[in-house]
Ligand binder design. Structure first.
Ligand code: GLY
Length: 310
């Protein structure tokens, strides 16, 4: 039985990323760690959590330690996780100062009867389950960056921050895995984007929008402007494309094309994996970090820009 994992490190403008070397390096580490779980016979949900945990922890991605800040200077994080065999979902949104929202999403899935917990209520429940807030997610360096971005925004004619203007750097982190038992799981974690309004929730904790998994078909995970993914139920659509016979590569291309036609380029990235272990990734941004490794492959695919595929 083929098994494997595909991950992404966020779509966006990446050539100017201050930590591009780390971004590439930790994509590789996350892929390897996630794959190891599968190789040892582990569950795809655990593989997804492991890969995302690595990306949250390293600080080079807009998730966990590296998260962006809201316009008021808060670290408010979203994450979602789906088990494609049970169709069970756990998600958290607007979770302040939590280093590993993907772990919090897993607790929601396994310890509560709900699929999505948000804000202070979520924090109270999660604290009782052992999750601690970590104020070090808001650093002086991030506050300085926030001030520069606010100044730029106030000096522009755009007096209310628009999604496309705000989404400049990088999106989200995500992973989809297929284990030796044929279970497909998908997960995603994000800080949203710089200058987002406090309380804003993107696609990452919304099943069907930012992530979706069904072991009888496949899974999909998005990165980019969450509002567009929510408005089009993007990841459920991509899984539906696969259900109608499209390969994962064609399905993500169709998903990206749908967003580009409606909302323009520079807006979205997608990854997908089907029950046969076939994969796809596509984006309409400058770059999107991605990694793929399945039991059918001799070596992993790792890349950020289009030329990395040649
Ligand atoms: N895709 C991440 C977000 O919009 O929050």
């Amino acid at each position: 039985m083929t098994f494997g994992i595909i991950i992404h490190g966020g779509a966006g403008v990446l050539r100017t990323h201050e930590r591009l070397d780390d971004y590439r390096k930790f994509l590789g580490v996350a892929l390897k760690e996630g794959y190891k779980v599968l190789e040892e016979g582990g569950d795809s949900l655990q593989a997804v959590i492991k890969a995302i945990y690595v990306m949250e922890e390293c600080g080079a991605f807009n998730a966990g330690v590296g998260c962006s800040l809201t316009v008021d200077g808060y670290a408010e994080l979203d994450a979602g996780l789906m088990d494609g065999s049970e169709l069970s979902v756990g998600a958290v949104a607007s979770l302040r100062n939590v280093r590993h929202p993907i772990v919090a999403a897993h607790l929601v899935m396994t310890k509560t009867d709900h699929v999505l917990l948000v804000g202070d209520g979520a924090l109270r429940i999660l604290e009782a389950l052992g999750v601690k807030q970590d104020t070090s997610l808001v650093t002086q360096e991030k506050l300085q960056r926030l001030n520069e971005l606010k100044k730029e925004w106030l000096e522009s004619s755009n007096k209310f921050p628009k999604n496309k203007a705000l989404f400049s750097k990088l999106g989200t982190v995500g992973a989809i895995a297929l284990d030796k038992n044929g279970k497909i799981s998908a997960g995603v974690s994000t800080g949203g984007y710089w200058l987002k309004l406090s309380g804003r929730v993107g696609d990452s904790p919304i099943a069907g929008a930012g992530f979706y998994a069904d072991s009888s078909i496949g899974g999909a995970v998005a990165t980019g402007i969450g509002e567009y993914a929510i408005r089009t139920s993007l990841c459920k659509s991509v899984v539906e494309f696969m259900a109608h016979g499209e390969t994962p590569m064609d399905a993500v291309k169709q998903g990206v094309e749908m967003i580009t036609k409606r909302f323009g380029s520079g807006t979205i990235g997608l990854i997908a994996l089907n029950k046969k272990g076939e994969y796809g990734y596509h984006y309409n941004t400058e770059g999107m970090g991605r990694g793929v490794l399945t039991s059918e492959m001799k070596q992993p695919i790792l890349g950020v820009f289009r030329e990395d595929d040649t």
